[in-house]
Design a protein around this ligand. Structure first.
Ligand code: FAD
Ligand code: MLT
Ligand code: ZN
Length: 445
């Protein structure tokens, strides 16, 4: 079957990869924790080729695993290890053109495979700013951002990816293409069908192009790096900045264990002689703003110094990944609960013998913690389950920004109502009745 399929694919897409070793470079995720199998990799150049690939896979009963920059952290960007059907991995890497850039109104339309960094540099050169920023910017693609409704460090100022999407082109499981890329900015005519692609993690269609709304850059800002004794006190520091009426651009935290790993992984020097329990990064609009925070607080409006300070936060994810096979849990609770939740979480994790080390960092202003746990085996989800059950007790979310993927599918019911999950399954049934796209991602296969 696969050779007939491969021959047919080669007639549609110029780049079809059948070499086992080359295919293997696509089937492990960023952290090395999720590994799967694919029978072939294709890198289509446009929606027309994708339509033909979809119809061919449908005919051959082959499932499609969609992949952008493969920086996803919930096992949704690589194929499953044990698929009952052959898998065609579709990389969007060749959908890499800037399709339109309206420098007057600040809208840019790009192929789904264009990286965040490429969009950022393109728009900065013309006096605009891309509202989403995240440490995976060099590899993460715009299609992946939309599919996961990615967050990042600017959510408190400009929202999730969802808030910046102005149009989507997407290929459906029956090969049809839907698009509102060129619709008028205000088009209020019935259900916003394309919006369903946002956060669907590739389970409803293949995003081929996206129109994004840009923002004007903030002309000046001040970044404070503040030592705190606890996440609760970090939250109270944030609250005092907000009460002072500052225009918040970012509010992040890193705990002591994470900072220890960051400094050894990135060779960064300690910020203070005695490392604090928590390091808080708060950026506000305006230059040389004064804060009445801890006297040890550092502050700067100098762009180079800010970039250097942000390195301490941005290295957190990879520093934990380098520490060993880590269980990453991206969760959120009400912002004013983040301190209470974190102390209950620490008390709980310190009681598990199997946990050899743990820590957290994250987006303080969003109530979003990235919990990192080392010790349990890759496929041992017991501790993950205990943490997600604690989140549910706090009426939080088991996934703040990374999505569900295959890693958290079993736990969706912890913080989503049964009616919601029922409706998701019905929507999946309408869009992808043969479960062609991303089998096992978000919903059971
Ligand atoms: P992939 O990883 O390739 O895929 C992710 C999911 O989207 C998969 O289910 C895939 O099938 C689907 N998908 C990808 N492209 C398409 C498409 N064109 N059409 C349909 N479905 C598609 N995430 C955050 O939200 N905030 C952060 O701050 C953040 N920081 C990160 C830092 C690091 C160091 C790393 C490694 C990751 C980080 N992430 C963060 C996670 C990741 O970067 C985001 O989830 C990102 O949106 C994934 O984009 P991607 O192109 O790599 O997608
Ligand atoms: C981050 O905020 O650094 C990312 O979401 C990555 C991670 O959580 O590992
Ligand atoms: Zn994050």
């Amino acid at each position: 079957m696969t050779s007939a399929l491969n021959l047919a694919l080669a007639k549609i897409v110029p780049s079809v990869i059948t070499d086992k070793d080359l295919i293997a470079s696509y089937t492990s995720d960023w952290t090395g924790r999720f590994n799967g199998k694919a029978d072939v990799v294709v890198r289509p150049q446009n929606a027309a080729q994708i339509t033909e690939v979809v119809l061919l896979c449908k005919k051959f009963g082959v499932a499609i695993q969609i992949q952008g920059g493969n920086t996803g952290l919930v096992g949704g960007s690589v194929p499953p290890p044990n698929s009952l059907r052959p898998i065609c991995l579709m990389s969007t890497s060749s959908l890499n053109s800037i399709l339109d850039f309206d420098v007057v109104t600040g809208h840019i339309t790009v192929g789904a495979g264009v990286s965040v960094a490429q969009v950022q540099s393109t728009v900065r050169a013309r006096g605009w700013e891309f509202p989403i920023d995240l440490a995976s910017r060099e590899s993460a693609t715009i299609g992946g951002l939309v599919a996961t409704n990615a967050g990042g460090i600017r959510v408190c100022a400009f929202g999730m990816t969802k808030q910046s999407v102005a149009g989507i082109e997407m290929v459906l499981a029956d090969g049809q293409v839907i698009s509102n890329l060129t619709s008028p900015l205000k088009d209020n005519t019935g259900y916003p069908i394309s919006d369903l692609a946002v956060g669907a993690e590739g389970t409803l269609g293949i995003i081929t192009a996206v129109r994004m709304k840009l923002i004007r850059p903030t002309l000046s800002s001040t970044l404070f790096v503040i030592p705190c004794d606890s996440v609760q006190l970090a939250y109270e520091t944030l609250l005092s900045v907000q009460k002072a009426g500052h225009n918040l651009l970012a509010a992040e935290y890193v705990d002591a264990k994470s900072m220890q790993l960051i400094m050894s992984y990135s060779q960064l020097r300690p910020l203070w002689p005695v490392p604090p329990n928590v390091t808080v990064f708060i950026e506000v609009a305006g230059s040389n703003i004064q804060l009445d925070a801890d006297p040890r607080a550092l502050g700067t409006s100098n762009a180079g110094e800010m970039r250097n300070f942000w390195k301490y936060r941005e290295a957190a994810s990879d520093s934990w990944t380098a520490a060993g096979k880590v269980h990453k849990l991206d969760v959120s609770v009400a912002v004013d609960q983040i301190g209470t939740f974190e102390s209950k979480l620490s008390a709980m994790l310190s009681n598990f013998e199997i946990v050899t080390s743990y820590g957290s960092f994250g987006h303080l202003a969003d109530g979003n913690l990235h919990i990192e746990i080392v010790g349990p085996a890759q496929d041992d989800y017991e501790i993950d389950k205990s943490v997600l059950e604690l989140v549910a007790k706090f009426n939080g979310s088991i996934s703040a920004e990374h999505g569900i993927g295959r890693a958290k599918r079993e736990y969706l019911g912890l913080t989503r109502d049964a009616i919601d999950i029922e409706l998701m399954k019905k929507i999946k049934e309408v869009f992808d009745p043969e479960k062609l796209f991303n089998p096992g991602v978000l919903l059971p296969d």
